[in-house]
Design a protein around this ligand. Structure first.
Ligand code: DGL
Length: 277
C-alpha cells in the first residue's frame, strides 16, 4: 500500500497523539478500531458537529472545515492525521495534503479501502455514501485505477447521517430508510457493498439484516486502522510504551448522541471539550 505523502520524521516521536476527524460521530467507528488495533496510542478526535452534515455542503465549505481542523490537530502536536470522513476525503484530500506537506503522515478512508477491494477482485461493487462523496466519483476512480474490470455503482443515501446523528438506531424510521435505499435498482446486482461514509457502520446490523448472506459488507474501519498501523510502523512512530492511553474529544457543538456513543466506545473517563474553530 502506498502512503499519500512522504514524511520527514525528524522531530516526530512515537509518544505523540494521533489526530482523527469527522463531521460528527461517524469517525468514532474508525477511532474505535484504532483503539482496538493500537491500544497504546493516545487519540485526539475532532467532531465538527456544528457543521454537519458535510455531505450536503459545497466543496469550498468542506475544504475550509477540513483544513482548519487539520491545522488544529497539528497544533495539538499530532504525529499523524486520520481523515475519518469520506466526504472530507472526497472533497478536501488534496488541500489537506498540501497543508500538511511532509510534516506528518495523512491517512484517508477511501484509498486503502478502494485498493483492497480492487485487489480482492469483486466483480460488482456497490457504494453508498453522502451526496458530496458520490458526486466526486472518487470511489469509482480509485477502485478502477487498480482494477478496471470492476463495475462500481454509487448511490447517495443522504438521510442516513441525520438518522444516525439523531440516535435513531433500531428505529422503524431508519429501517424504512435503509429498505428504501438498498432496494434501489442501482444496487440490484451487487456482490459487495462499501459503506462509503464512516457513520454507516453504526447501522451495520440493520444493513446486514437487509441482505442476509447475499452481499459482503466491507469492514472499512478495520482496513483504515490497519493502514494507519502499517504507516506508523514504516516511519517508526508506533507507540510501544505500555501506559494508559488518553482519549480527548473536541466538538464544535456538544451533542447528547456524541456523548453517548463516545462513552460507549471509549468508556466514561474520556474528556469532551467544546472547540469552535
Ligand atoms: N461521516 C462522514 C463521511 O464519512 C460525513 C457525513 C456527513 O457529515 O454528511 O462521509
Amino acid at each position: 500500500m502506498k502512503t499519500l505523502n512522504k514524511v520527514n520524521i525528524q522531530g516526530l516521536s512515537p509518544n505523540q497523539p494521533i489526530g482523527v476527524f469527522d463531521s460528527g460521530v461517524g469517525g468514532l467507528t474508525v477511532a474505535k478500531e484504532i483503539k482496538r488495533l493500537l491500544p497504546n496510542e493516545d487519540l485526539i478526535y475532532f467532531g465538527d458537529t456544528k457543521h454537519l452534515p458535510y455531505g450536503e455542503k459545497s466543496k469550498e465549505a468542506i475544504v475550509e472545515y477540513s483544513t482548519k481542523i487539520t491545522n488544529f490537530l497539528l497544533e495539538q502536536n499530532c504525529k499523524a492525521i486520520v481523515i475519518a470522513c469520506n466526504t472530507a476525503t472526497a472533497n478536501a484530500l488534496k488541500e489537506v495534503l498540501e497543508l500538511v506537506a511532509s510534516r506528518v503522515p495523512v491517512i484517508d478512508v477511501i484509498n486503502p479501502v478502494a485498493e483492497k477491494v480492487a485487489y480482492e477482485i469483486h466483480t460488482n461493487v456497490g457504494v453508498i455514501a453522502t451526496k458530496a462523496t458520490v458526486n466526486s466519483g472518487l470511489y469509482r476512480k480509485s477502485i478502477r485505477k487498480h482494477n478496471k474490470f470492476i463495475k462500481v455503482d454509487e448511490l447517495a443515501t443522504p438521510l442516513l447521517v441525520p438518522a444516525i446523528e439523531e440516535g435513531f438506531k433500531n428505529h422503524p424510521i431508519t429501517h424504512a430508510i435503509i429498505y428504501n435505499y438498498l432496494s434501489n435498482n442501482k444496487l440490484k446486482n451487487i456482490e459487495t457493498l462499501i459503506l462509503g461514509c464512516t457513520h454507516y457502520p453504526l447501522l451495520l446490523d440493520e444493513i446486514k439484516q437487509y441482505y442476509g448472506n447475499r452481499v459482503r459488507v466491507i469492514d472499512s474501519p478495520n482496513i483504515v486502522a490497519n493502514q494507519l498501523k502499517i504507516i506508523l510502523d514504516k516511519y517508526h512512530l508506533l507507540n510501544e510504551q505500555n501506559h494508559t492511553p488518553s482519549y480527548h474529544f473536541y466538538l464544535s457543538d456538544i451533542t447528547k448522541n456524541f456523548e453517548k456513543i463516545s462513552r460507549k466506545f471509549f468508556g466514561n473517563k474520556i474528556s469532551l471539550e467544546l472547540k469552535v474553530l
